[in-house]
Design a protein. Structure first.
Length: 257
């Protein structure tokens, strides 16, 4: 099964939850911060990956839990590729230290493989919500955008003949703290291709869309090697010393196999 990266940038909704009073929390920060949670994805060896999202919660400091307003529903992640994204949650929350995000999933997640739709079961330990540990300070009157980056290669596990289990592996990214890498492949017969970006310690992956374009967002500043693994029989292409800076887009030359 090819690597499929769910680069969660998040799903449709601009509903707001507003705190009516100031909160003095453990960090000593008072006021509210506007946050957005967004979802994106990269195509791979699936025809559909449908995730049932029912809720998003923030844990701020040690004693404040805030429910964000979401557009609950089943979302096909493959609709959000090559930089396309959709908003799942947006709220004004108490300022302070964001220590945890809880993503609440429903029972209607599915995966489509070779024209057949299979249910994606969720382990009982995650049915109360998938907890994502973060450490980010929410400053009053500053807008924050968070990405939830699903690695589908690790998140979808085939446990038997036609039996698939959802074990989400998610990277949380503060968009303001990273940059982006964009590129394209001109050889259509090499598609789909897997794109891997590594600094020797951390690796981030995605795949091309149907036209050969790819975009990786939320990459920490640094110098990376970009590896393109195309469809057979084409050989792997590697580009070294690709620089990423905060808030900027790094455009790669068109790749021809």
């Amino acid at each position: 099964m090819k690597t499929l990266n769910f680069f969660i940038l998040a799903v449709v909704v601009s509903m707001l939850w507003t705190s009516c009073s100031k909160n003095n929390n453990n960090s000593g920060v008072a006021g509210t911060t506007h946050v957005k949670v967004r979802l994106t994805d990269a195509p791979g060896n699936y025809q559909q990956v449908n995730i049932d999202i029912t809720g998003v919660e923030f844990k701020i400091d040690s004693n404040t839990t805030t429910n964000l307003n979401v557009q609950a529903g089943v979302y096909n992640l493959l609709n959000y590729v090559n930089g396309l994204d959709t908003l799942i949650a947006s709220a004004d929350v108490p300022s302070g230290n964001l220590s945890q995000i809880r993503l609440i999933l429903g029972a209607n997640s599915t995966v489509k493989v070779d024209g057949v739709v299979y249910p994606l079961s969720t382990p009982s330990a995650m049915q109360s919500g998938l907890k994502l540990n973060v450490n980010s300070t929410l400053t009053p009157d500053v807008d924050y955008m968070l990405l939830l980056d699903f690695d589908a290669n690790l998140s979808i596990v085939k446990t038997g003949n036609g039996v698939y289990q959802l074990k989400p592996v998610i990277r949380t990214v503060n968009v303001a703290m990273g940059g982006s890498i964009k590129g394209s492949i001109a050889t259509t017969l090499a598609l789909p291709a897997v794109v891997s970006v590594s600094d020797g310690t951390n690796t981030y992956t995605t795949s091309t869309d149907a036209t050969g374009n790819f975009l990786l967002k939320g990459i920490p500043a640094g110098t990376y090697t970009v590896t393109i693994t195309p469809n057979t029989p084409y050989l792997v292409s590697t580009t070294a010393n690709v620089s990423v800076t905060v808030g900027n887009l790094t455009q790669l030359a068109v790749i021809v196999f």
